[in-house]
Design a binder for this molecule. Sequence first.
Ligand code: PHB
Length: 447
Amino acid sequence: MRGLDVLRRLTDADGTLALAELARVTGLARSTVDRICATLAHLGYVRLDGRDASLAPPLMAVANACLDALRVPGPLGPLADALAAELDESVSIAVPDGDDIRFVHQVLRRRALSISFRVGDLLPGEGSAPGIVFARGVDRAVDDQLVEPGLIAVAAPVRGADGAVVCAVSVVSHTSRHTARSLADVVRGPLEVCVRRMEQVLRGLRVPPQPVAGVVGTGVLDGAPVQSLARGLGVLTVFSAARPAMTLSEIAGAAGLARATARRALITYEHLGYVRQDGRAYRLTPRVLGLGCAPLSRTTVPRIAAPHLAALSERLGESVGLSVRDVGSGESGEFVRCTARVAPRRVMSVDIGVGARLGVRVTAAGRVLVGGAGAGDGVVAEGPEDGLWSVAVPVRGTDGVVVSALDVTAHRGRGEPGVWLAALRETAEAIESELRATSRFVSVPAG
Ligand code: PHB
């Protein structure tokens, strides 16, 4: 339970807090915070960096289990994406979380300056369009700058086969493009069609989503805390689209725990509102998304890669970097742009800054990004300047498409291409694994 509090506080702080600050906000002894964070770091859910603790991408496994088991973003996300493309506006899907609302899908097309919500973010119920839909049972709700000046939204409920509201879909825009009223007029038809299609999809699901309105944990728990944080968190990750509701025995079996241990964890979670019991079965509630989802989904490939680049640079004692094919310029595709670089501190280190553009043909990273025979296994190349050489390997997304190139660039004569290639591949695999966990339900920009 104290471990959950640490994860929740880190989430509320957008992902990172000093350990001393964590002790202050949780009211726990510093030694207890250190112990909990060491356990979370051991599980890969938190990264410790000097005096700070940060949420780490593997924690997305918890949010992914929740999003998958909710049966909402998976089946309905593509229809929200299509609506966003049709209207050229942002579209989101939200579900109730107690009296508040929680985003489970976001398609961002916001140009004007305004805050962007991400999957996992929480908004006050009555202060947002989806919240009004859930609270008042209306078929349309308008948010005319309730959340933020300039931000406007129109939301509609999506009902399951039994008529109960499962989620709300919102079209979100800005006062620089519309008034609340003109937005409501413009979206009326397309939103109605989208909702109808969503409801059709829901009726066709073998395992339909359950409405989650009215779930409120007490937030307090008397009695023994869960002994093992690791085991407790394991309970949350056994749920999925195929098994959104499970009995105690099924959960214990899937998590590899004794029944008594699983039961204790479930009692804790139910008290805190993360799990609800439904007959003999247990389900996750959207509150589980408060354990890391929003800060971890507000990320990019370079951010995911950063600690891995630092470790690789340290290990090889050389400059390592990440780059993408440069799109958006006139000569699009002819250049690669550096999105991250970590160089060891030394006088003669290679100096290529983030944002630097280099010709695709003069670097190993460029050749990896352009593809072609053999590029998939990595490339060793001269350049980018006289006296330098670089070795690069691809970093692939879940669909196998190359999203970035990872390179080590050094003065010629230093290093061993075979050793570097192996180290680069190992690092690329570690980044790919975290990218897979992160991008299952959210899009992660390449930088
Ligand atoms: C959003 O998706 O960003 C959003 C949706 C509904 C609101 C406000 C913001 O009322």
